[in-house]
Design a binder for this molecule. Structure first.
Ligand code: FE2
Length: 467
């Protein structure tokens, strides 16, 4: 039944009100009006249980793993011992196997102003069996600790595989909620793609590096069991020449090793891996990326190596987004966009994940590569060969959310919302993948935004936006 009110259709009024409530007047997609607490969250106190030092003399702490080679048969296991170097060995064995193997780590330390690190161990184990659960043990005697991980299946085109997406995490109660939501998500992520800005230790006087240690202990509950694929953000630069710290990325590079040489890179700040049915390229927003630079030359060569028959899904991770319609950090990714966007279209990148902006946003498939300075064609246009750009810098750090948005919402912006959360990129087969964004205030299974991604190489049909 339609009620008449003042000459208008009541049903029509309700409908218009509903549309206005989910989408403020704009030219673009949806600007969510979800109401949230805008208070800044402090970092969790040093005596929080999530930062607890494991018991026992010199017990390994801050245990974390990442992929250790190009194809997924390798793993890098890292940990810190606080008192002395201790044992360099990792003992590991496949589930249902009695044969124990061991591998040796390297040990590093570094100083940062008046801080001296613990003994940072990195152990690369290669030639593991695919799709196999391994247990591993670090430390000795009463202080030894045991964990496990599962290797990915052998690289191939139709393998389902599930990645989690987290960015700009920090170590507040909101950060803790993000990790808990990821852990309890019924769609279980197998590997985390982390889009930069880890500990936010640089928020403290002289970039107090003890906050790098607390962060390492905080994430261990996930990072010891599944690989985190690392991207460097601006909070990893730790460049403070006034106190003599003039080597950019020093704490990050000492603590978080990645298999960059396996992909022919000359820097741990940009590299790539193949994992299951995905080819994942990691870029550095804060390293030289112009023509002729090492990053540019490497990226050009890497795109040439991508084989979509083997890895249908082509994913790029970076920290500073190319497309963001939030006011904060507006257009900071523009110079890299000018240099690299035409590659992304030429090689049909499926999706680009970025952080930096402390909010969530998803773009339409658009490109802005026609402009040649004199032709005036400087507006993004629909482009079926272009990636979807997803900003997911909403891990929950102490700087809080960015809520101010450019108005009206640009037409390339499909959905934007300033809430903390995480994403799940769930590859089903060579043609379809499902992306869901989970805001922290919702139940564990709720997706605040989602879409089916159609592979750009294998299926270019129209995509269906679910949210
Ligand atoms: Fe950032």
């Amino acid at each position: 039944m339609v009620l008449k009110w003042g000459g208008f259709s009541f049903g029509l009024v309700i409908g218009v009100s509903f549309i206005l409530s989910i989408s403020e007047v704009c030219n673009g997609g949806i600007t969510s009006t979800f109401v949230r607490n805008k208070d800044l969250a402090n970092d969790m106190p040093l005596d929080s249980d999530v930062f607890k030092v494991p018991p026992g003399y010199n017990a390994p702490q801050q245990v974390h793993i990442t992929q250790g080679d190009y194809l997924g048969k390798g793993v890098i296991i890292s940990w810190v011992t606080p008192d002395e170097p201790g044992s360099n060995l990792v003992h590991y064995w496949a589930e249902n196997s009695k044969v124990k193997s061991s591998a040796e780590s390297i040990v590093l330390t570094y100083k940062y102003y008046n801080y001296t690190s613990g003994y940072i161990h990195h152990c690369t184990i290669k030639d593991l069996k695919y799709d196999t659960k391994y247990y591993y043990e670090v430390g000795i005697g009463n202080s030894s600790r045991q964990f496990w991980f599962r290797t990915p299946p052998e690289v191939g085109p139709d393998l389902p595989y599930t990645f989690g997406l987290i960015g700009d995490l920090g170590q507040t109660h909101d950060s803790n909620r993000t990790l808990t939501h990821y852990e309890l998500n019924p769609t279980k992520g197998q590997t985390i793609l982390f889009v930069g800005d880890l500990s936010y230790a640089d928020a403290y006087p002289n970039h107090d590096n003890t906050r790098w240690d607390t962060w390492g202990r905080f994430i261990e509950r996930i990072a010891a069991y599944q690989p985190w694929i690392w991207t460097a953000g601006n909070h990893e630069i730790d460049f403070l020449p006034d106190i003599g710290e003039d080597i950019p990325f020093k704490p990050y590079i000492h603590r978080y090793h990645v298999p960059y040489k396996a992909s022919g890179s000359t820097s741990p700040l940009w590299y790539s891996i193949k994992r299951a049915s995905a080819h994942i390229i990691v870029l550095s927003s804060y390293s030289a990326f112009g023509m002729y630079t090492p990053q540019y030359k490497w990226l050009q060569a890497e795109f040439e190596k991508v084989n979509r028959t083997e890895t249908p899904w082509l994913v790029v991770l970076m920290h500073s987004p190319f497309y963001s319609s939030y006011v904060h950090h507006y257009m900071e990714g523009e110079t890299m966009r000018v240099m690299y966007e035409s590659f992304f279209v030429e090689y049909k990148v499926d999706v680009v994940f970025a952080g930096h902006v402390h909010a969530y946003e998803r773009s339409e498939r658009i490109s802005n590569i026609a402009y040649n300075v004199v032709n005036g064609l400087c507006t993004p246009v629909r482009d079926p060969s272009a990636p979807v750009y997803i900003t997911i810098g909403d891990g929950g750090n102490l700087e809080g959310l960015v809520t101010e948005m450019t108005e009206p919402q640009p037409s390339y912006s499909a959905y934007r919302e300033a809430s903390f959360g995480h994403g799940i990129f769930d590859i089903k087969n060579r043609t379809h993948a499902y992306f869901g964004w989970h805001r922290n205030q919702d139940g564990y299974a709720v997706e605040a935004d989602s879409l089916w991604l159609h592979n750009r190489y294998w299926s270019v049909s129209e995509e269906s936006y679910v949210a």
